[in-house]
Design a protein around this ligand. Structure first.
Ligand SMILES: [Zn+2]
Length: 175
């Protein structure tokens, strides 16, 4: 998770919502590291988990990540959990819960459905560090005159994650 936090910091430095992801093989070897690149790629699918899954699959030459662990600083959204299930990732470890869009128990519990796989979920790992990065990022964005630009090109994610880290909704209420 420390590596994933490092990736999240890279995202923040690049003006991206600070989310980082790392995938390890069953042996513990790091297969991939990635951070959110939605702004750079102009793609809503360029979440850290999606990029980490693609890189890990390229690394091992297989679309199946059976037995692998995905570490991510923010609870995966439904899109990323869909990819995680398709890739048959064995375990998901995340830091900050996302009350608005989290698909590992906060909003939805996609791991419980009888889909391609049912990964084990570990939550709240380095939670405060992961939350602080998000809070600092959105506080800085709100405090800059670039608000108009931020609203124009980052509003959905901004609103979602800002709400998730603002404490408006108890992230544990759906546990
Ligand atoms: Zn996602």
């Amino acid at each position: 998770m420390r590596l994933a936090l490092g990736q999240a910091r890279l995202a923040a430095a690049a003006g991206e919502v600070p989310v980082g992801a790392v995938i390890t093989a069953p042996s513990g070897e790091v297969l991939s590291q990635a951070h959110n690149r939605c702004e750079a790629e102009k793609l809503p699918t360029a979440h850290a988990e999606m990029l980490a899954i693609a890189a890990a699959c390229r690394s091992i030459g297989d679309w199946r990540l059976t037995g692998c662990t995905l570490y991510v600083t923010l609870e995966p959204c439904p899109m990323c959990m869909g990819a995680i299930l398709h890739a048959r990732v064995g375990r998901v470890v995340f830091g900050a819960p996302d009350a608005r869009a989290g698909a590992c128990g906060s909003l939805l519990r996609l791991q419980d459905y009888p889909l391609e796989s049912q990964p084990q979920i570990t939550r709240d790992v380095l939670r405060e560090d992961c939350l602080r990065l998000l809070r600092d990022f959105f506080a800085a964005r709100r405090g800059t005159p670039a608000r108009k630009r931020a609203r124009a090109d980052g509003m959905p994610t901004d609103r979602r994650s800002a709400a998730a880290v603002s404490g408006q909704t108890d992230p544990t209420e759906t546990d």
